[in-house]
Design a protein around this ligand. Sequence first.
Ligand code: GTP
Ligand code: MG
Length: 544
Amino acid sequence: MEEPMCLIENSPDGELQLNQRALALLQSVRQPVVVVAIAGLYRTGKSYLLNRLAGKDRGGFSLGSTVQSHTKGIWMWCLPHPRRAGHTLVLLDTEGLGDVEKGDAKNDTWIFALAVLLSSTLVYNSMGTINQQAMDQLHYVTELTERIKVKAAGRGSRQDGEDSAEFVRFFPAFVWAVRDFTLQLELDGREITEDEYLENGLKLKPGSSRQAQLFNLPRECIRQFFPAWKCFVFVQPAGRRDLARLEELREDELEPEFRQQVTQFCRHVWETSKPKTIPGGHPLGRGTLGSTWLMGCWGPLAPLWPQGRELSGSLGQGMGHEAFPLQLRCPLSPQDKLDSKRAELCRRNEVASSDRCTAALMELSQELEERVCEGSYSVPGGYQRLLADQREMVEKYQLVPGKGIMAAEVLQEFLKSKETVAQAVLQTDQSLTDRQREIEAERARAEAAEREAQLSQEMQAKTEQLLQDQERSHQEHVRQLTAKMEEDRRQLLAEQQGALALKLQEQERVLREGFRGEAARLEQQMQNLRQEMNRPRRSGCVVC
Ligand SMILES: Nc1nc2c(ncn2[C@@H]2O[C@H](COP(=O)(O)OP(=O)(O)OP(=O)(O)O)[C@@H](O)[C@H]2O)c(=O)[nH]1
Ligand SMILES: [Mg+2]
């Protein structure tokens, strides 16, 4: 991918939309992907730092030099991984948070949430220091985890603390990049590392006052939810005048200390960022659809937000529920599983049929295409010859075995795509009078309409077949469930009879030993058991 491309568009009214071109590109990635996202306040050099991670001299994410926020939505750049052969590095540049002109904190939260869930490493960028203000900005993390927690809690009761274990499985490694850092890394007279600087910033306040809680919340989130954290500080990259044109500067015109810091930062990110995985530890890429990945990240958020739901729909077509990692808490019912499996099988069936039909048509139409290119039909009588050749091709296509359920639809599409060529040939055919041309054009239209009607009949038949299949599957499901319930009932009865026999033996024993009270207690238990066994069962009714 030569240049970055917009992955999620953010319209001025705050609507997020997925760019279908970017999605198609992601779907074509067959290698495992390592995803690095950057987020943080607007106008703090995020795009510039990400360009350094791309390891390219020129080009990349667009920078702005004015006070106005520049990057909008989420931009993506797929590159061969500089350190891992056979891996793709996906860089995600996000819209700056806290833009006063935009003033939409909710929209900011969604952008941040997506950056967190989509990435294997999240770089959080801030200017100057790690201070309370910078920590406060991280309320986005708190909000994100809160929202997912609220939703999850509604679906199944989880204990507090279990969430952090879940999140750690999905959250990326966290890297804090502090830009234009001018302070000494020293604490209480002792030199400290950058990581110790971050650790100090993440220290909790003792006590349970409201103030302490507010102070501790973002810190606790980072500590509990992100599996790893690291800090890098960077000095100002160049003199004040050059800051607005950093991109144009040669490497040796940048501050040497900054260059060194960037080198260390890049090395860390390249070497430690893991390939992005979906639940079960399956790596993305290698045939796992990019949309599955996106959907997996969007899934937990989508239902909380109307636009998210729409995007969910467009992304989720034909995909299984396993794409929703944080919803795994709510197990699917057997019927849901069955439906999802059937939908997946139908989709695969359609794809396979469509591929086979397209391949057959490509092969059968090859000669015809060549003749069109050579201009063989651009002669008097050419139109009739073209139609005859097309008819012959369609006849041969009808004889191709194993085309499957998409045969008519694919043929229709194919013939439709050839209509323009046929019309052009018709118009140039010198042997026809204007009247004849009109008649031919009319005939071609009628033929197309007839094909359309035929297709619509076939589609209807297909839908009916699908409904029948669904009904059959439902009946089968009911049958299996009824059989299972019968089996369970038999099993329970056998267990109860066994228990009754044991109690009877025990009663005889205690009576022999003279424990009348104990025998009476056992008698009561046995009566209860018999009542339980005689209670009528609602066999089969449950699934109706
Ligand atoms: N002071 C300073 N300026 C920088 C640094 N890195 C980049 N810049 C400059 O800051 C301006 C904004 O850089 P961007 O990379 O576009 O910043 P951004 O955070 O992506 O901005 P938004 O997309 O608007 O959120 C440009 O003029 C850069 O040349 C840095 O480390 N320090
Ligand atoms: Mg930017």
